[in-house]
Ligand binder design. Structure first.
Ligand code: 1GP
Length: 258
């Protein structure tokens, strides 16, 4: 049995010592293995705290090879962020073991988890139980389409807060406030402020974050961890400057020495 919470503890230490944690999402469906390696190397150089690997809809044939190559070239924790149980791989360190609690589709509330749990055990992955709450953006995101669930309206922080409290009382370790990859609008700052004022477990948020100040305002609002994917995939030429600016924005307690 895995009782070692070393990856979660690594993240919680980043929150305590740096003021927040910055996680880069690599989507193997949108990133070649070559690009994934370059991004993971840059992430480590720029002070990112961990790497998530996952996708809403898997076309890539060799998900495991991508995870393995990322793992080979970085000392950062590599965490599976699965769109389905088929993405659970032994090469990673941990998994965000999510349940899509904002939805009412039993397949994503418990079905995928039952299929995936034996793999998590067999691969000896650290499980980080995470309540996954999808918050509406203006566009139809892949996760909304694939999961066939209704997101929480972005102007209803009370509904989001009740879901986040339920996440906490179910014993989960994190609540993920997700706008969806490539979302037109990220999760509103006001919604994060409200949720953070009610719960004790850490908030992780992502989806549609495109500027360092978008990340900083969400940390100020009470989020503990920030996830960025799309922006870094689409701006490979500016990868280092974006990573440095965003890492700085997410680590308000870190003293930057030029
Ligand atoms: C998606 O929250 C993540 O699950 C990251 O979103 O790709 O829009 O940065 P982006």
């Amino acid at each position: 049995m895995v009782l070692d919470h070393s990856v979660l503890n690594h993240l919680l230490t980043a929150r305590k010592e740096r003021g927040g944690g910055f996680l880069v999402l690599i989507d193997p469906d949108r990133t070649s293995t070559h690009e994934a390696i370059a991004l993971a190397e840059a992430a480590e150089d720029c002070g990112v705290d961990a790497i998530l690997v996952g996708t809403s809809f898997l076309l890539e044939q060799d998900f495991g090879a991508t995870v393995r190559k990322i793992k080979e070239i970085t000392t950062l924790p590599v965490i599976i962020f699965p769109g389905s149980y088929a993405q659970i791989r032994p090469e990673a360190d941990a998994i965000l073991f999510t349940s899509l609690l904002s939805g009412r589709n039993p397949e994503y509330l418990i079905g995928e988890q039952v299929k995936g749990a034996p793999l998590v055990k067999r691969f000896n992955l650290e499980s980080i139980p995470t309540g996954y709450l999808l918050i509406a953006s203006d566009n139809l995101t892949s996760v909304q389409y694939i999961s066939n669930t209704s997101p929480i309206p972005r102007d209803k922080p009370d509904i989001a807060t009740a879901h986040a409290l339920a996440t906490q009382y179910l014993g989960m370790r994190l609540v993920y406030l997700e706008a969806g990859s490539g979302a037109t609008h990220a999760v509103p700052v006001e919604l994060i402020t409200k949720v953070a004022s009610y719960i004790d477990i850490p908030i992780i948020t992502g989806g549609g974050l495109r500027k360092p100040e978008d990340c900083a305002t969400r940390i100020e609002a009470g989020a503990s961890f920030i996830v960025v994917g799309n922006l870094l995939e689409k701006n490979q030429d500016k990868r280092f400057s974006l990573l440095r600016e965003m890492t700085t924005a997410v680590h308000p307690l870190e003293i930057v020495t030029a």
